[in-house]
Design a protein around this ligand. Sequence first.
Ligand code: URA
Length: 185
Amino acid sequence: MHTELQNLRERIQTCQLCPLSRTRAHAVPGEGPENPSVMLIGEAPGRNEDEQGKPFCGAAGKKLDELLTHAGVARQEVFITSMVKCRPPENRLPTLEEASTCKSHYLFPQMHVLKPKMIGLMGKVAIEHVLGENISLTQMHGKTLEKNNQTYMILYHPAAMIYNQALKQTMMEDFKELGKWIEKK
Ligand code: URA
């Protein structure tokens, strides 16, 4: 594995920079290829992810798999991670401080090393913390935008499908758009 990526992975797994480190079982650095066309960023690990140290391996992960399959994308083709790498207790929202710490030490460095063509920001937490602005998901989902020489796509979080079945069709269409950014060999 790319040494910088591996180095980040190890630092995330042993991180003690914020209070989430005291309640987590495992930090979840993320997984995927070293040169992905697409990187996906969610919110934070949940119970299953915390237990296994793997991203999106619980209920939201099943929905993500469904969306990727529909888009004709193999999960192994994309790099999947979350805004914060440790589970917040009771799945509460990460605090501004937790998100800022994780972002500057781990998420932005991961983005820098991976250099994806497209970053899919899945849900409000990733959108707000990565872009530093409040963007309407209802108006912007499925759309791309450029910031600091990086292309982003605004996406609903896969878990939104669990709570709102009516979003499924829309989300499948958005992921199809995302799939177009994957370079097929
Ligand atoms: N939700 C996320 O945002 N990330 C995970 O890894 C799992 C659920």
